[in-house]
Design a protein around this ligand. Structure first.
Ligand code: NAG
Length: 197
């Protein structure tokens, strides 16, 4: 045993194998970085930057119908070492308590390697009708500064990258905006859901 542990040949073999393993790992890491494209490795967050039209003016009679407007900023963090991440366009839909209250388009954008990109988008709704109880709850939450919306975004890859499925995001967004904003989006890809977009 003593002889084996101290055997210089075995030590040399060990050092050689270790060096080889480190070499292989260093060669593979950039390769994995480029090819590994799971959205789990990117993080997305979203903030509402402007909200309007959610409260029915007291003077207007008749059936309450709202025409809400939402401005939002979407942040995409690309954690990959060298690959840029681009989206040609996207769709965004805002809902409150399960009721769709606005939708809109996300312009194309790119996040460079190891950086975060942000893109602004607007969503609107026309003639939105919330059930009475929900409308009153929303008005109260807006007064208290505690309204929360669900935002769903579908981001399509760059044209060069059409083989890749779009990224679907499910986010929570508070209004008024609460600083600081933690990453509040769940990202999915490789799904088969048709949103008719
Ligand atoms: C959204 O942004 C546009 C352009 O900056 C602005 O004109 C509009 O008033 C904003 N709407 C809201 C609800 O903040």
């Amino acid at each position: 045993m003593d002889k084996q542990a101290g055997d210089p040949d075995i030590q040399k073999i060990f050092i050689f194998v270790l060096g080889f393993a480190i070499g292989v790992a260093m060669t593979l890491v950039p390769f994995i970085e480029v090819t590994w494209d799971s959205p789990r490795h990117d993080s997305y967050s979203l903030a509402l930057t402007g909200v309007d039209g959610l409260v029915q003016p007291a003077s207007s009679g008749g059936a309450p119908s709202l025409s809400p407007e939402f401005n939002l900023t979407l942040y995409a963090e690309n954690t990959r070492l060298i690959a840029e991440k681009c989206f040609s366009h996207g769709r965004v839909a805002v809902s409150y308590g399960g009721v769709a209250v606005g939708e809109g388009r996300v312009p194309g954008f790119c996040a460079g390697a190891r950086s975060t990109a942000e893109v602004g988008a607007a969503a609107r709704g026309v003639g939105v009708r919330l059930p009475d109880g929900q409308r009153r709850r929303l008005e109260a939450e807006l007064r208290w500064g505690a309204a929360e919306f669900d935002v769903e975004a579908k981001l399509f890859r760059d044209r060069d990258d059409e083989t890749q499925s779009p990224v679907l995001l499910w986010c929570k967004a508070a209004w008024p905006q609460l600083p600081p904003q933690p990453p509040r989006c769940k990202a999915f890809t490789d799904f088969v859901i048709d949103f008719g977009v």
